[in-house]
Ligand binder design. Structure first.
Ligand SMILES: Cc1cc2nc3c(=O)[nH]c(=O)nc-3n(C[C@H](O)[C@H](O)[C@H](O)COP(=O)(O)OP(=O)(O)OC[C@H]3O[C@@H](n4cnc5c(N)ncnc54)[C@H](O)[C@@H]3O)c2cc1C
Length: 457
């Protein structure tokens, strides 16, 4: 999964992170029962909620985690029904360096990882013909230069979408099918929103840990085990209301009410946008405005297992220049890290919600048509198919947050501020610098726990 590596601000931030100048929230060691008489409810058992719950339980708090679904992990979940990991949500550890807390969690459970090679890529044009290597390299360079040019040209308060900025500053790029493919397969995938609705100034202003992305071949969701171990987690418990009452909180689920001293709300931005939880009193106007303003897009995955491979076994990724933009345009080849004949395709940008609305059979036919456009009748009927529908998942309603035109970075971080001194928030959408990632979600959970600790002390 490629990000615009040339970006100067990003390189600077990466260097600062690596040198330890920019501090991330530290992972606290358990301390002696600092919160012994404190009761905390955490809403949502995604990695952010689990990180918060683990930290507070380790400090002696009595913690209950209320999770709507039948499982923990939220957008971090591995399906093994193909015999190899199909990551329903997060698939890569981005920047698996020493500084990345997800890498540390993976190491702690002895996870087996595979570093993917973004440059091992064959791109097929609309006619299904493979582009020569030098053309593939040029697409990469042209895309990176374009992003850099936009970054340099725009003032920080520019309110245009990335597409509109390109249309003004480098209109010829929008007629180049290669650059358009990269804008979708790289930019729209990494940010989770369409270039027509991505902020031209913020889309690549986040931070990154150094290192090439890695797949967890032993299953990404195994990293959650140490976080969840021993916690009181109540599954099938969708929260419908959070009420601030006197010097405590009351949390309502379908089975009743639960009182606590503090509540940490770690549900996705999509759930907050849909107003599925009634906050009493209502959240402050600025908070509601931020929820409404920020983007929350989708990313759709489909995995096919075939009886035999018809593709090059050594190539990590296949790019397919499809129409409309975003339709099954990037494929991960499982034969590069396993013996399984699995290809995993991605739909991104404006096409992802369209794909989400298809039935599994319709989605398979749509994605197979793309593969047949390249490999023709060599593409047989898949033995098994797995598909995701994140934007219609009622407890997520999208994939991850992104900055829309006119948004400010602070709007993400402000969603991580407490409301009063009892209600706290976490989740990938509450931390601009690392939004849309597992490490961002995890760090936001540590931050929420630190806020509760601060409040109690
Ligand atoms: C398709 C896809 C691909 C991705 N790829 C990557 C990647 O490669 N690398 C990466 O770092 N990140 C990736 N991400 C992003 C990453 O998965 C998320 O940022 C992270 O997992 C979010 O964690 P969270 O705790 O904020 O939210 P979630 O994991 O969504 O947890 C929120 C929890 O709240 C629960 N919930 C919702 N409503 C209620 C309610 N009313 N009551 C109780 N519980 C409720 C949900 O069921 C869920 O379990 C991807 C995400 C998706 C969807």
């Amino acid at each position: 999964m490629k990000a615009a590596g040339l970006h100067r601000r990003q390189l600077l931030k990466t260097a600062l992170l690596a040198s330890g100048v920019l501090t991330v929230f530290p992972i606290r060691q358990p301390q002696a029962q600092a919160l012994r008489d404190t009761k905390v409810v955490v809403v949502g058992a995604g990695i952010s909620g689990l990180a918060a719950a683990r930290t507070l339980a380790d400090q002696g708090a009595s913690v209950v985690v209320l999770e709507a679904k039948a499982h923990v992990g939220g957008r971090l979940r591995t399906d093994w029904s193909l015999g190899v990991p199909f990551e329903v949500g997060a698939g890569w550890i981005h920047g698996p360096s020493r500084d990345n807390p997800i890498k540390r969690l993976a190491d702690a459970v002895g996870a087996k990882t595979f570093v993917t090679d973004d440059d091992s890529l064959t791109i097929f044009d609309a006619a299904g013909d493979a582009l020569p290597d030098d053309r593939v390299k040029k697409i990469d360079t042209d895309w990176e230069r374009l992003i850099l040019r936009i970054d340099e040209a725009l003032e920080s308060d520019d309110r245009r979408s990335l597409r509109d900025a390109i249309a003004t500053l480098a209109p010829q790029a929008l007629n180049d099918p290669g650059v358009l493919w990269a804008l979708s397969a790289y930019t729209e995938f990494s940010r989770g929103g369409p270039i027509e609705d991505l902020s031209a100034t913020l889309h690549d202003d986040d931070e990154a840990f150094p290192g090439a992305d890695a797949i967890v071949v032993s299953g990404y969701d195994k990293i959650l085990a140490p976080l969840a171990a021993g916690l009181d987690i109540r599954l099938f418990s969708p929260v419908s209301a959070i009420t601030l009452a006197g010097d405590g909180v009351v949390v309502r689920t379908c089975t009743g009410e639960m009182a606590a001293d503090y509540v940490i709300c770690g549900v996705p931005l999509g759930v907050l946008k849909a107003g599925q939880i009634a906050f009493k009193p209502a959240l402050p106007a600025a908070y509601r405005r931020n929820i409404a303003d920020l983007g929350f897009g989708s990313v759709t995955k489909i995995a096919f297992e075939f009886a035999a491979p018809f593709w090059d076994l050594k190539t990590q990724y296949f790019g397919t220049m499809t129409a409309p933009k975003g339709r099954w345009n990037y494929w991960l080849n499982y034969r590069t890290f396993s013996d399984s004949n699995v290809l995993l395709g991605l739909s991104v940008g404006a096409y992802a919600p369209i794909a989400d609305r298809m039935s599994d059979a319709e989605m398979a036919a749509d994605a197979l048509a793309v593969l047949r456009g390249v490999w023709g009748t060599d593409v047989g009927t898949p033995l098994r198919t797995l598909a995701t529908h994140w934007s219609s998942d009622p407890f997520t309603l999208g994939a991850y947050s992104y900055p829309r035109p006119g948004n400010r970075a602070a709007q993400f971080d402000d969603l991580g501020e407490s409301v009063g001194d009892r209600l706290f928030f976490c989740g990938e959408h509450t931390i601009f610098d690392h939004a849309g990632t597992t490490h961002g979600a995890y760090l936001s959970g540590l931050r929420a726990a630190a806020q509760v600790l601060e409040e109690v002390r």
